[in-house]
Design a protein around this ligand. Structure first.
Ligand code: MN
Length: 289
């Protein structure tokens, strides 16, 4: 099932080039009281809602997908956790001073992987937008880059999750754009600006992607090829990232893990349009304001 959020927080099921408006199913959600639990209320109840969504989609009004403004499929991510330096060819290209600025060096002698040295990092959940919104650049005159990544959406929370159980905690997947300004500042500053975390175009439920480690993906900017890889090239794979994150953070429904970007990162400027795609998920065009 491909689940989208669109226009004024409406809920849809994507079927080819139409969206079934299943917003009334949200009435089945239990009411929230203060204090709200961490995480996303819809994702937390997705297992309960899934049969109702499938049933509603059969007769729900169909809207042309192209006419809708797509928002992030996760409305209230508890966190956006992200992996640095997680594809070998991106590690290699990060020796370029224009990328590392003499501070964010990709070298990791004495460590098995870059993530063993640098760990994961956090992007701001309030920096998340959907495919139909625009990225607004925050640093004029500096290099702002696209990073296309597979994004994992956690469905079932947990602490210290075992590798063999890790994918059972996944609600689904979407495309993530880890927008980044190159510079000396910490990743959590450079990558967490408002609109610098794009999630979309929709959530594909995990049953449609039994193995997230075999997906072709890429990004073009204004029609020019920039990044192209396959998730089989991940240094720390999806299971490993869930294990590592859950050792440190109790995971909540709606936590997002952006898995890292391959080689080919490059600059975007005002007016550009990014076309990002992942096998079995779909594609999205995202504009730079
Ligand atoms: Mn990244």
């Amino acid at each position: 099932m491909k689940i989208c959020r669109f226009d004024a927080d409406r809920l849809g099921i994507v079927e080819g080039d139409v969206v079934r408006d299943v917003t009334p199913v949200l009435e089945a959600l239990p009411p929230l009281r203060w204090p709200a639990p961490f995480g996303d209320h819809f994702i937390a109840h997705l297992d309960m809602l899934a049969p109702k969504l499938r049933e509603a989609a059969r007769s729900a009004p169909a809207r042309p997908l192209a006419s809708l403004t797509l928002l992030s499929p996760v409305a209230n991510p508890a966190r956006v956790i992200a992996a640095p330096l997680n594809y070998p060819l991106h590690v290699a290209e990060s020796h370029n001073p224009a990328i590392n600025h003499g501070v964010h060096m990709p070298t990791h002698e004495g460590f098995a992987t870059p993530i063993d040295k640098y760990g994961l990092f956090l992007k701001s959940q309030t920096g998340v937008i959907g495919a139909g919104e625009k990225v607004r650049l925050h640093w004029d005159g500096r290099r702002n880059d696209h990073e296309v990544e597979l994004a994992i959406v956690i469905g079932k929370g947990g602490k210290t999750i075992a590798r063999e159980d890790a994918l059972n905690h996944v609600a689904g997947y979407c495309i993530g754009l880890d927008m980044t300004v190159r510079g000396t500042e910490d990743r959590s500053f450079r990558k967490a600006a408002d609109t610098y975390s794009v999630l979309g175009p929709w959530l594909v439920t995990a049953d449609e992607i039994p193995d997230p480690g075999v997906l072709d993906f890429g990004i073009e900017v204004n029609g020019e090829k920039r990044q192209r890889s396959n998730t089989s090239q991940l240094i720390c794979d999806c299971r490993d990232l869930i294990v590592r994150a859950s050792r440190v953070y109790a995971l909540h429904p709606g936590d997002v893990i952006m898995t890292g970007t391959p080689d080919g990162v490059g600059e975007v400027t005002s007016g550009d349009v990014m076309h990002a795609w992942i096998d079995k998920i779909g594609a999205m065009d995202v504009a730079i304001a």
